[in-house]
Design a protein around this ligand. Structure first.
Ligand code: G3I
Ligand code: 9MR
Length: 588
């Protein structure tokens, strides 16, 4: 009976989906004109990608169909991953604020968009507010969460010590309290490794743009307490992270999790037992780095948060010592599950190579303590490689910190190395932008197929961060244009035609793999969340409409390999969107 009802409702659902997508295909201007669906800064570059096979005119029109600019499509220099050339509508010279559409004869009109100052302000704010919606251990009240208000889930004040996590004073099955923190993603678990880069990225947004970030108000419970809201939100996770350290030996647990992923239910219904799982070197070093960074950031808020910066610094020291003594404790789910029960089948964030974690942790301690001994403890620059940051590759996060704090550490005797690190960052950015304009979507993201992995949108956003670092080092405005191209990519100028941020754009994910968005009975998913993005890997085995790298995406709530959300994807989006808002007058 249930199955039959499910079948009928699925059929009706698929009918509507097919009808909707057929409609979109016939409404081909909306589908075939790919642009940032939010809009453009008046003085910045403005392009759209038009999927057509011949040169044509395009018109920029007001919403009441008045043509304000006319141009000719230009053919892309290179084809896309499917071998198709695209056509580019460039209307950068038009600068008058307003609401517009692009019209291409034979195709029709694009989605409407704005030309205005602060054009990304709302999506930028929402990308940080999204973290509030990810909070564990607290109810989300209507005055902050609007229609997405919900009951408290996961108090996490009685978390079981898993057999893998046993230590002096903490026998198996004993209880620890580890509340707060953000849910990692579409699941309800909390992982230190992924919290590391996510929290760092938000703190870095503050370190790079403190004056701008002080003006950003998010309407969260702490708003108005004298601390910028970005930092207030970050504190929610930092306070959780601090509880994940074993205060006796300084080691940090890899994760706090259920044994298996929860059903698609609301947080307060998901009441399976929670465990802290084995300490790991990666988690401990990521923790060291974030606590060291946090100690220097929150030093300025001593009045509001007496003692907090000191607690972070002490936690960082203890964690660093543990990592020295345990340099290769790797989280490996197979080893873990062969030796302990219950078996733990949630996310891994396992990383067998912790050399980059040592570099990052040492860099942050060096910058915070202004003490070169940390820079000498680990060879910070073993070679000239600059791997793009991700949860498993954190080396360059340390370099960004060194570069952004170069004045702070100017007298430590590390001088030439700082110059070298800055050069490497700039060289990396130069590599990213080389020939990016020749790609079919005129974006850095389009240079390599290999960018289209699980969480590909975070690749685009992290490339944007690298470009902004290069701008900060050189003051050369050209980098900002390329950073903006990748934001345009995320907001609609891409092979899927989606703006990947829930609630921001005309065609946005409606079915992200995100338990509250699935279970809350509200049509619109929680806003401000970045979907993982195009990924031909198809690890979830949900049939994709295409395996062409930049088109391999489906808005299906089971499709976790392309349509999940995650804190380490939202944080670089938050960085990129807010940084560009802060720098909007410099984009050329
Ligand atoms: O980096 C390699 C790349 O070199 C290679 O070309 C490519 C080809 O497959 O694979 C790339 O690795 C992939 C990696 O993601 C990229 O970051 C792996 O195949 C892929 O399995 C791995 O997926 C990770 C996934 O967990 C499965 O472990 C994602 O990074 C990671 O974001 C995701 O994280 C999950 C948590 O476990 C649980 N919570 C949700 C969260 C988001 O989905
Ligand atoms: O919901 C889980 C998501 O957070 C993970 O990224 C993903 C991959 O580890 O797994 C999801 O959980 C699925 C599980 O792996 C297999 N059974 C179905 C679960 C829900 O789709």
């Amino acid at each position: 009976m249930f199955k039959k009802a499910l079948y009928i409702s699925l059929s009706i659902f698929s009918f509507f989906c097919l009808t909707a997508s057929a409609q979109l295909k016939t409404d081909s201007g909306k589908f075939k004109i790919r642009l940032n669906q939010i809009g453009f800064y008046p003085n910045a570059p403005k392009i759209a990608i038009v999927l057509t096979n011949k040169r044509a005119n395009f018109l920029l029109q007001t919403l009441d169909k008045k043509t304000v600019f006319k141009g000719l499509l230009k053919k892309s220099v290179q084809p896309d991953f499917a071998g198709q050339y695209s056509w580019i509508a460039d209307f950068s010279v038009y600068t008058k604020p307003g609401k517009y559409i692009l019209y291409v004869s034979g195709l029709g009109a694009s989605y409407p968009f704005s030309i205005s100052k602060n054009v990304h302000q709302q999506v930028a704010n929402a990308s940080i507010k999204a973290f509030y919606f990810m909070r564990a251990s607290t109810p989300l009240l209507e005055k902050y969460a609007g229609k997405w208000h919900r009951a408290m889930g996961h108090p996490d004040n009685k978390v079981l010590v898993h057999a893998s996590a046993v230590s002096e004073g903490r026998p198996e099955g004993s209880l620890v309290s580890s509340p707060r923190g953000w849910y990692d993603a579409g699941d309800y678990n909390k992982y230190i490794v992924n919290s590391g880069i996510s929290t760092y990225t938000l703190l870095s947004l503050y370190e790079d743009f403190p004056e701008y970030m002080k003006t950003v108000k998010l309407n969260i419970p702490e708003s108005g307490n004298g601390i910028p809201d970005l930092l207030n939100e970050t504190l929610w996770n930092l306070r959780w992270m601090l509880t994940m350290q074993d205060s006796i030996d300084g080691g940090v647990y890899h994760k706090l999790t259920n044994a298996a992923f929860d059903k698609m239910e609301m947080p307060d219904k998901a009441t399976e037992p929670r465990y802290i799982i084995q300490k790991s070197t990666a988690a401990t070093l990521d923790f060291t780095a974030v606590m060291a960074q946090s100690a220097r950031v929150f030093r300025q808020y001593e009045v509001q948060l007496p003692g907090f910066a000191d607690s972070c610094r002490e936690a960082a020291f203890k964690a660093w010592e543990w990592a020295q003594a345990h340099p290769h404790i790797i989280y490996n789910k197979y080893v873990l599950n062969d030796n302990f029960s219950p078996k733990i089948t949630t996310g891994d964030y396992g990383d067998g190579d912790v050399r980059d974690e040592f570099i990052w942790a040492a860099s942050e301690l060096f910058v915070t303590m202004k003490d070169i001994k940390y820079a000498h403890k680990v060879n910070l620059v073993p070679d000239t490689k600059m791997p793009l940051p991700s949860w498993s590759q954190v080396r360059v996060l340390g370099y960004y910190s060194i570069a952004r704090n170069s004045e702070r550490i100017a007298n430590t005797g590390y001088g030439n190395n700082i110059v070298e690190i800055k050069k490497h960052i700039v060289a990396y950015a130069n590599g990213l932008i080389k020939d990016a304009n020749k790609t079919a979507y005129e974006a850095v993201m389009y240079k390599k197929r290999a960018n289209f992995i699980w969480g590909s949108n975070s690749v685009a956003a992290n490339q944007g961060i690298a470009l902004i670092q290069a701008y900060k080092i050189t003051n050369d405005k050209k980098y900002l244009k390329y950073a903006l191209d990748n934001l345009d990519y995320i907001l609609g100028r891409n092979g899927t035609g989606y703006s990947f941020v829930t609630g921001y754009g005309s065609r946005t994910p409606m079915h992200p793999h995100h338990r509250p968005s699935i279970a809350d009975g509200i049509v619109e998913p929680i806003p401000g969340l970045l979907a993982g993005g195009a990924n031909p890997g198809d690890e979830d085995h949900i049939p994709l409409p295409s395996f062409i790298p930049d088109q391999a995406y489906i808005d299906n709530d089971q499709a976790y390999a392309s349509n999940e959300v995650a804190i380490n994807w939202n944080s670089p989006l938050a960085y990129l969107a807010n940084a560009l808002e802060a720098l909007q007058n410099d984009i050329q």
